[in-house]
Design a protein around this ligand. Structure first.
Ligand code: C2E
Ligand code: CA
Ligand code: CA
Length: 276
């Protein structure tokens, strides 16, 4: 072994050690911060291009001292610890309980979309809870798992096998944050993803034009040829909505259409007092 490759190995090991130590310290701090917190599902509606409700994304909210917080400050550390599995199980369970009596009132083709990391797919309790929810909604609502990977998406053979098996149980998969520089592109061809979620950094508008219009056109063509549906994230105004519709995006999600809200508000607004 040359002196260079030896030095490289030593540095790599040291870096790994430092990273692990940082995660351990951060996890401890966050655990302390979250000791009294509750983990609550909020939901953000997703609409078809005809502006009909078609589904919702389940988004974790951290409830502390009566206030609800986005998990963005904590999520990386939470995802790297086993906390994420208990949180996911609790979100799945709550959504199941909250919507079970409204199954027949959901619009046709409705789906609940959950965020999940690839490594969580190895957790048997998480998988069991997902299948449980999927079975409990049967034809009344679909379950989508949005695979989020903060670095880059790696699906090994084991993982692909798990995905296949969940798909045969009726679970659908989406690639989340598509276009943020992950290596997810190669998985589109064979993995059987049903949805691509176009990251909000790709759907921005300036001077009444989509900044990434040509990239979006290419993604639309690609998704059409693979029979994958496209959901645009971060729709914040009417111009953006119409420009995205014109490009042939199937569904839209964003503050212009509606914000993430608690499940009671969602039920009142879209299920109980609505003729969807
Ligand atoms: P995400 O999966 O990309 O979720 C969409 C985020 O965009 C949400 O942020 C939502 O509030 C925000 N958003 C929705 N519409 C708009 C818009 O029009 N403009 C802008 N600028 N933002 C919009 P949120 O709720 O703060 O969640 C942040 C991230 O945390 C999520 O991003 C997701 O990656 C992660 N996350 C949330 N819940 C979970 C969860 O249950 N499990 C895991 N693993 N990650 C989660
Ligand atoms: Ca997501
Ligand atoms: Ca996203």
């Amino acid at each position: 072994m040359s002196i260079y490759s030896f030095t490289y190995r030593v540095l790599e090991t040291a870096l790994h050690f430092i990273n692990t130590a940082i995660v351990t310290v951060k996890t401890k701090e966050i655990r302390k911060e979250l000791a009294e917190a509750e983990f609550i599902p909020f939901v953000q509606p997703i609409f078809t291009h005809e502006q009909k409700l078609t589904g919702c994304e389940v988004l974790l909210r951290i409830k502390k001292e009566g206030n609800f917080y986005s998990p963005h400050r904590y999520i990386e550390v939470i995802e790297q610890s086993e906390m994420i599995n208990n949180i996911m199980i609790s979100l799945l369970h709550t959504v199941g309980c909250e919507f079970s009596q409204y199954k027949d009132h959901l619009p046709e083709g409705f789906y609940f979309s959950f965020n999940i990391t690839a490594s969580q797919l190895r957790n048997e309790t998480v998988i069991a809870e997902i299948i449980n929810l999927c079975l409990s909604f049967q034809e009344k609502a679909g379950i989508i798992l949005e695979i989020v990977e903060r670095d880059h998406l790696v699906l090994d053979d084991d993982m692909l096998h798990i995905l296949d098996s969940l798909m045969s149980d009726g679970v659908m998969f989406a690639i989340d944050d598509f276009g943020t520089g992950t290596s997810s592109l190669k998985y589109l061809e064979h993995v059987g993803f049903s949805f691509i979620k176009l990251d909000k950094t790709l759907t921005v508008v300036s001077k009444d034009e989509l900044i990434y219009k040509n990239v979006i056109k290419a993604i639309v063509a690609l998704s059409n040829s693979l029979n994958i549906k496209l959901i645009a994230e971060g729709v914040e105004n009417n111009t953006q909505l119409h420009l995205l519709e014109r490009e042939g995006i199937d569904a839209m999600q964003g503050f212009f259409l509606d914000k993430p809200m608690n499940i009671d508000d969602f039920k009142c607004k879209f299920i109980i007092f609505s003729d969807i």
